[in-house]
Design a protein around this ligand. Structure first.
Ligand code: 7TS
Length: 419
């Protein structure tokens, strides 16, 4: 019998409201293995509300044409719909100017763009790039590639046993050699919310620009780039209930203006001859070729959806679920939670006895519960704890206390089978 009840936890969004929100997501009307779908893999990708699906459908069905080039009505309407989303992103992040919003494929492309356009020209042998020990591979590998090319070194500030950054250690690794800092806001493998504001201020004392990987934060917290005082911020559309294949790089306009393009092609130039080309101003400078028009429109609808609910309310709801789930999982025999930071978002990585996380995932799937099992594209985090993988439950705005209860009951089945 559980000793934890939902009544003991926060209820900023009532269960009734969540049930109503769930109805916005068509996928929840479909059973999974004959059971109600309990979707707890939101850190990998979130489900899509009807409003997003409809916006994409309308774009293709009612006003689709290529943007920025047609004089005809359809193209103008498409262009307007696409460009209007810059303002929505700016407002979501509390940016200062729509021109600071660059549409990309996702967080991964945003990081690669900054690596090539901002950092590469500033990097030479002996220089350093500083990251933390809890980065996703997409915030490790681009820097390794750059270091190989330039003779620079990738410096890592390690994490503590709880899965936190040691800010003093981080500070101590900032030197005159540091040319760039790239840090994750919320860890996808541990759920840790990093004190990025403090870390950014420390980097700025050394005159170093900072990119914040917000892939796991924008969907779950209120983000304010002005308050953070970061130089670049990025996220992916598909984790914020929008489509895949679209994401955002937000960058300070003065920095974007200094940067060379990441890719060459149509729409990113002002003037081209065979001898030379003159580049367009940001953000067009970084959006070569025909972009993901319907994807951007869908992202706009996702931002509208999230903002109508309120990012603060979503954060409070998911935090309540995190607390409830942490307590309930703590009651399950053999469960060990990996990542016990004081400040956490709705991600719980765990192990259960010696059962392989893939076996946990498979048994849970039979119960209609979708979690992720693996290294979560954060192998160095797994190495830090000396484990190959974890099972990971991650929450979204549509998850309920009942979802947590179903997860816990399904773990009993895992125990019956394997322990
Ligand atoms: N950064 C973080 C912190 C992430 O969690 C992810 C994706 C990325 C960057 C890359 O985002 P993408 O949209 O460009 O692929 N994280 C996960 C995950 O945890 N499970 O699947 C993808």
């Amino acid at each position: 019998m559980s000793t934890v009840t939902p009544m003991q936890t926060h209820d900023a969004v009532t269960p009734l409201a969540v049930e109503r929100l769930r109805a916005d997501f068509p996928i929840f009307a479909r059973p999974m293995n004959g059971k109600r779908l309990v979707f707890l893999d939101n850190a990998a990708s979130a489900q899509k509300p009807e409003a997003v699906i409809r916006a994409i459908d309308e774009c293709y069905g009612e006003y689709y044409a290529n943007i920025h080039r047609g004089v005809y009505q359809l193209s103008q309407r498409s262009t307007q719909a696409y460009e209007a989303v810059r303002g929505k992103v700016r407002a979501l992040l509390n940016g200062a100017d729509d021109r600071e919003v660059v549409f990309v494929r996702g967080a991964t492309e945003a990081i690669n763009l900054v690596a090539h356009s901002y950092v590469r020209p500033r990097l030479g042998p002996g220089d350093e790039i500083l990251i933390t020990g809890m980065e996703h591979h997409s915030n490790i590998v681009p820097w390794q590639l750059l270091c190989e090319e330039t003779g620079a070194t990738l410096v890592v500030s390690p994490i503590t046993d709880k899965g936190e950054v040691d800010v003093e250690d981080f500070r101590s690794r900032l030197t005159a050699r540091t040319k760039f800092v790239s840090i994750v806001h919320v860890s996808n493998a541990l759920g840790t919310v990093n004190p990025v504001q403090e870390m950014i201020a420390a980097a700025h004392e050394f005159g170093v620009a900072v990119l914040v990987d917000g892939a796991q934060s924008v969907p779950h917290l209120s983000v304010d780039v002005a308050e953070l005082d970061c130089d670049f911020y990025c996220f992916s559309g598909h984790k914020i209930y929008g489509p895949s294949g679209v994401g955002v790089l937000w960058g300070r306009l003065d920095l974007l203006r200094e940067m060379r393009p990441y890719q060459g092609g149509g729409e990113m130039i002002r003037y081209v001859t065979f001898e030379r080309s003159e580049f367009a101003e940001p953000p067009q400078r970084f959006e070569a070729g025909t972009p993901n028009i319907a994807g951007v429109v869908g992202l706009g609808a996702a931002i509208d959806y999230v903002c109508a609910i309120g990012t603060e309310r979503i954060a409070a709801h998911e935090h309540a679920l995190l607390e409830y789930a942490t307590a309930r999982l703590g009651e399950v025999e053999g469960v060990r939670i990996i990542g016990t930071a004081t400040a956490k978002a709705g991600v719980i990585s765990f192990l259960m006895g010696r059962v392989h996380p893939h076996d946990i995932g498979t048994v849970l799937d039979l119960e209609g519960v979708a979690i992720r099992a693996g290294h979560h594209c954060a192998q160095p985090v797994m190495q830090r704890y000396g484990i190959p993988a974890t099972a990971r439950a991650s929450f979204g705005l549509y998850n309920t206390y009942d979802d947590v209860d179903v997860l816990v009951r399904a773990l009993d089945k895992v125990r019956e089978l394997f322990i």
